[in-house]
Design a protein around this ligand. Structure first.
Ligand code: GN1
Ligand code: MG
Length: 358
């Protein structure tokens, strides 16, 4: 990894000084790069795209550019900006290094970012940002988007993939995960509900973000206002339920995604109330009744889907999500399953809260 060469390739101001690894995200690798020239110090963000996950990184960059331009030009808005990537010396929004890795770069913004915030105004802002992002993409022609990961939120296929993996997974891993496997199989009928409604033509396909984790919102460090929605790698045609459900899963969870002490894991209704307040600020008159009716359910479905993805990766030898400790994917799956159980008990109250804001 020749960071200094990448600085030249992306025409960063100044000479390369050093870099820090930014520990965020489970897929791509991110670095903060420091350079210096006669005018002072500069900071940039460099990111290596995970080619195992994104087979055609050029297509992601094309999607991001088009979506950013759409938001910029059609809907100039003051309270949400988009993050533009820099062009390389050759005029591409990426650089391919000598090992064939894809890199992208942008200016470094000194922002705040949260995994599981407890501050209710931060939660409302995170909801507002993702809801507004959805709203701003209204009218964007989904046909113009590359599908960067096919069937990304096809929960039925995700669970089918898990079932296939169970068949050939090593006994050493399978025996550690029997309860978790059972939970997902027992709840498969609920997991496939969004797929069924989509098949029946009841839900409109929209352009969605598809990875509405709390840490994909950047906040102003002082005011704690949401500034930008980032990580547009998975912007694709999708259901409104994907973004709402995954956002609530992540933002209203009492713990990080890999909490080991399962008694601490839970879904917080006070946070959910504020998340909804923010989320629906721009979407009140936009969603169809059928969409509205799926929202509480979507929180459960997206949590179950992620549990099955973590579990599948554990059984498959940890080849997709980056792991930082032994059995990390199993720990994550257990945590998401504990969250599922809590969400299931709260679905009716969640529906009431949703109705209050819609
Ligand atoms: C991955 O890398 P990150 O944290 O943005 C994953 C999401 C998961 C998430 C769970 C492309 O997102 O789908 O919800 O981990 N992204 C991809 O933490 O698979
Ligand atoms: Mg992501």
């Amino acid at each position: 990894m020749d960071i200094s060469q990448l600085c030249t390739d992306f025409c960063f101001k100044g000479d390369f000084i050093c870099y820090d690894i930014i520990v965020a995200g489970n897929i791509n690798s991110t670095y903060k790069v420091h350079t210096e020239d006669e005018n002072g110090k500069h900071q940039y963000l460099l990111q290596k795209i995970n080619k195992n996950v994104f087979k055609e990184p050029e297509k992601i960059m094309e999607n991001i550019k088009n979506v950013n331009d759409y938001i910029d030009h059609r809907h100039k808005c003051e309270d949400l900006f988009v993050l533009h990537f820099k062009n390389s010396k050759q005029g591409f929004p990426y650089v391919i290094d000598e090992d064939g890795n894809f890199w992208r770069a942008c200016k470094f913004f000194d922002c705040a970012c949260f995994n599981s915030p407890s501050d209710l105004s931060v939660i409302e802002e995170a909801g507002r940002a993702f809801g507004q992002f959805q709203y701003l993409l209204d009218g964007y022609d989904a046909e113009r988007l590359h599908v960067t990961i096919p069937d990304f939120h096809n929960t039925r296929k995700r669970i089918a993939k898990l079932e296939k993996t169970i068949k050939y997974a090593p006994d050493s891993r399978k025996s550690n995960a029997l309860e978790e496997i059972q939970y997902i199989l027992d709840n498969k009928n609920i997991g496939v509900k969004l797929c069924e409604l989509l098949d029946e033509g009841k839900l409109p396909l929209r352009v969605t973000h598809n990875d509405t984790k709390c840490n994909n919102v950047l906040f102003n460090k002082d005011t704690l206002k949401a500034l930008a929605v980032i990580d547009l790698d998975t912007v694709m045609p999708g259901l409104c339920a994907y973004d709402f459900g995954d956002g609530a899963r992540s933002i209203c969870s009492l713990t990080d995604e890999d909490e080991v002490e399962l008694n601490k894991v839970g879904f917080d209704l006070e946070r959910f109330d504020r998340f909804c307040k923010g989320y629906f600020k721009y979407l009140k008159d936009y969603l169809t009744q059928d969409e509205k009716d799926t929202l509480a359910l979507s929180v459960y479905v997206m949590t179950l889907e992620l549990a099955s993805r973590f579990l599948q990766d554990y059984l498959n030898g940890d080849v997709y999500f980056r792991v930082a400790m032994k059995e990390h994917n199993l720990i994550r799956a257990r945590c998401q399953i504990a969250l599922c159980k809590d969400i299931k008990n709260k679905l009716e109250i969640m529906d009431e809260i949703i109705k209050k804001y819609l």
